[in-house]
Design a protein around this ligand. Structure first.
Ligand SMILES: [Zn+2]
Length: 501
């Protein structure tokens, strides 16, 4: 049994605070302001100048990719020009001796030249070993000459630019298949462990792993399922497939995410489905993005899910994509949405759509880090959407006011898992009236996260009989200036009553 004395924010109701948290083995047995006399002999762990909050949730990551790419992510986030990108790649290649370099996070939007590096520029860094770099939105990639020699991609396939080493559209999916079948399994396993360690240090005690990313035999899902029992934190795997047969075989109650389950694309690739055309010129006249599959497939999923207590999650980014998904969902929610079906991202929302989502009690799993991602900057979003539409980008305050349960995530490896940085973004929205209060932002990454994965009966807040998952912070997020939220430090992390950081 342990007694912690601290500033405790249980996240049970807005003004609730406590002085003491008592845990026994993996559970919380008391939260309150006066130690019950039966525990008076137990020694008190004094954390009086600290703040204790529930363990954080991240409800949307592509966990095995994140783990796999973790050591190469900073190569791209810090660079402001092609020269800096190339210098960083060069340093990464010389610091990490590998047979095959697979990296993630390159963006044409974060450098002043507004383009990706080329095959020739990569060849100048490494001519013998293959280098393969996936674009930050997971929709395109580049490779050096050694990579092109190693993978089999016919030069007529759509989106392949042999000269520059670029893979867009169909050629991207083709090359990913070829690369993943050659990627060493040991790196993937190491990545899963490193990813869990990284997340734990950010105060995350539960993380959603959206798997099924095109590996042969869905190896990524199998690995995550197998290793999840050996990790410090809780990993909640979701299967990104539209196949009833596959979900049945996988015996999971959590179904969907992005990839195969994405109804539309992304803003970076200008293929998120919109009601009105994008403001920038593309090859397609009046481009409004793309709906990737027929919504009758979602019907089939929901029908099976409702019969088998399965939750369904569908990626939808543009207002058209979201409308389509809500249209189907509302036929299966009966106004209560018992299985808590979710929409992932839900980035452009009109007032009417917010009302429909609230009326049907649809859960929204979104990623506040998109409100200030250096790889997909606000200036780019405003440019492709126009100022007026940008004002409807992730309207967090309106969603909360409407009573929608919104949870927070990172979409790692798109952004790094970091709930405090996510809280900062949610509280400092570029459309200032859509900013959340500190308490709401905290809810997003704690109790709402637990609701988003249907585990709020045992997690997400500090209450008797819930799991002893909690984080010790050096400052109280409800009491400091909202510009300083990012600077709060995670000092200790507990999962099931055991200290893990
Ligand atoms: Zn995603």
């Amino acid at each position: 049994m342990k007694i912690y004395k601290s500033n405790i924010i249980p996240v049970t109701s807005e003004n609730e605070t406590a002085k003491y948290l008592i845990t026994d083995k993996d559970k919380i047995i008391y939260v309150g302001n006066k130690i019950p006399s039966k525990y008076s002999q137990v020694e008190i762990i004094n954390l009086e100048n600290k703040t204790i909050v529930p363990g954080f949730f991240d409800t949307h990551t592509h966990f095995s990719s994140f783990g796999f790419f973790i050591d190469s992510l900073s190569v791209f986030t810090t660079a402001k020009s092609i020269k800096e990108v190339l210098d960083n790649i060069k340093k990464y290649v010389s610091d990490n001796k590998k047979k095959f370099y697979i990296m993630f996070g390159v963006s044409p939007f974060s450098v002043k030249e507004n383009r990706l590096p080329t095959k020739m520029e990569l060849d100048a860094i490494e001519s013998k070993k293959p280098i393969f770099i996936v674009q930050y939105d997971g929709h395109a990639a580049i490779g050096n000459s050694a990579l092109l020699k190693k993978v089999k991609v016919s030069k007529d396939i759509a989106g392949f630019n042999k000269e520059l080493g670029y893979f867009f559209q169909d050629s991207f999916y083709k090359v990913v298949k070829s690369v993943t079948s050659k990627a060493p399994l040991t790196d993937a396993i190491k990545g899963i462990k490193n990813g869990a360690d990284y997340a734990a240090k950010q105060g995350i005690t539960s993380i959603v792993a959206l798997q099924g990313e095109g590996f042969p035999l869905d190896m990524d899902l199998r690995l995550v399922k197998f290793y999840s029992k050996r990790l410090k934190i809780q990993i909640i795997p979701y299967f990104q497939t539209r196949s009833v047969k596959k979900i049945k075989r996988a015996k999971l109650k959590t179904w969907g995410g992005c990839f195969e389950c994405a109804i539309d694309g992304s803003f970076g690739s200008l293929d998120a489905a919109m009601k009105e055309p994008y403001m920038v010129k593309t090859d397609i006249e009046g481009n409004k993005g793309k709906i990737f599959y027929d919504y009758s497939e979602i019907s089939t999923m929901l029908e099976y899910a409702n019969k088998n207590d399965i939750q369904v999650a569908i990626h939808a980014i543009g207002d058209k994509g979201i409308e389509e998904v809500v249209n189907v969902f509302q036929q299966y929610t009966n106004g209560e949405n018992k299985n808590n079906h979710r929409i992932e991202h839900a980035l452009i929302l009109s007032k009417e759509e917010i009302k429909r989502i609230a009326d049907n009690k649809i859960h929204i799993a979104t990623q506040p880090a998109f409100l200030g991602d250096p790889l997909e900057p606000i200036s780019l979003l405003k440019n492709i959407l126009g100022e007026e539409r940008f004002r409807r980008f992730m309207p967090l305050k309106e969603m909360f006011d409407a009573g929608i349960v919104v949870s927070g995530g990172s979409d790692a490896p798109v952004t790094m898992p970091n709930p405090l940085a996510g809280m900062y973004s949610a509280m400092n929205h570029p459309v200032s009236e859509q900013s959340l209060t500190a308490y709401q932002a905290l809810q997003m990454f704690t109790i709402n996260g637990a609701k988003g994965v249907r585990m709020d009966k045992i997690q997400g807040s500090l209450e008797v009989n819930k799991l002893a998952d909690f984080v010790v912070l050096d400052k109280n997020p409800l009491k400091i200036d909202k510009k300083n939220i990012k600077n709060i430090k995670v000092e200790q992390v507990f999962k099931n009553g055991k200290r893990i950081v």
